[in-house]
Design a protein around this ligand. Structure first.
Ligand SMILES: [Zn+2]
Length: 273
């Protein structure tokens, strides 16, 4: 088949007309159904290259100032101008796990015990300690070492769980399953930067005494509500009272997703010991 026989495509990033799979001006890739498959999404996670550059700063700034915009650009095929949200996520995750002073996607034994299933966890821990012949301080030490490693890998579990209600809340919005997941990756980036890294820096510089449970809950809810309201409008084109209702519902689902994720993290950690 000659080049002339393939259809003329207008580039979604730069407007150039070309034949083939890539724009010959800017290199943008033409999206095919296979590019949106979950398998491709997973392999992209594995091959994501992570480095800080101007693209990363620009992408991070957009995540903070125009939540949902980068996800929209990615879902609609305008990708070359931004760092992949998944790459941004891994960079932020790496920074966060150097000094995880604020508990978000990692969770110490103390945090786990204050979860809704804390009483049940206590029993499991007691049995495990007897089995291993350990006292509480040494058990905690081993547990913490293991769980930090797993948390780094398993945040994607949270992202996928959190994206599930979106398939129902926004099912009319012509978005694919992987678009919802990609959008939750953006939310995870936002939370890693605002509620994990920034708050950890504040805690490091002595403001930790003001960040008690109530203050943290207030900060988590208000910042996530900001993200959901703005991105619900930008990414899903939702408006008025429906946008407010769906955003408030999503806050509840995010809390559930976080608790389910932490419970899975707990069991994986215990089983590995
Ligand atoms: Zn182009």
């Amino acid at each position: 088949m000659s080049d002339q026989a393939s259809p003329l495509i207008v580039c979604k990033s730069c407007g150039n007309s070309f034949h083939g799979n890539y724009c010959n001006e800017c290199g943008e890739k033409v999206l095919k159904p296979a590019d949106r498959s979950f398998k491709t999404f997973l392999s992209n996670i594995l091959i994501a290259i992570t480095f800080a550059d101007s693209k990363m700063i620009k992408t991070l700034w957009l995540v903070l100032s125009k939540p949902g915009f980068v996800s929209k650009e990615f879902a609609e095929g305008r990708r070359v101008n931004y760092l992949k949200p998944i790459s941004l996520f891994f960079v932020l995750n790496l920074i966060y796990f150097f000094f995880p002073l604020i508990q978000l996607f990692n969770a110490t034994l103390t945090t786990q015990l204050s979860s809704p299933w804390g009483v049940y966890f206590k029993n499991i821990i007691a049995h495990k300690m007897v089995d291993m012949g350990l006292n509480l301080p040494s058990f905690q030490l081993i547990y913490h070492q293991k769980t930090v490693g797993f948390a780094k890998l398993m945040v994607m579990v949270f992202v996928v769980i959190a994206s599930l209600p979106l398939n129902i809340l926004y099912w009319k919005r012509n978005r694919f399953f992987t678009d919802h997941v990609g959008y939750m990756v953006e939310l995870a980036c936002f939370n890693l930067f605002v509620n994990a890294i920034t708050l950890s820096i504040l805690a490091f510089f002595g403001l930790g005494k003001y960040l008690n449970e109530e203050v943290l809950t207030f900060i988590f809810i208000s910042t996530n509500l900001y993200f959901l309201l703005r991105s619900g409008n930008i990414f899903y084109h939702e408006k008025s009272w429906r946008l407010v209702l769906k955003s408030v519902l999503m806050i509840g689902f995010l809390k559930i997703a976080l608790e389910v994720y932490r419970a899975i993290l707990f069991f994986v950690t215990i089983w590995s010991m």
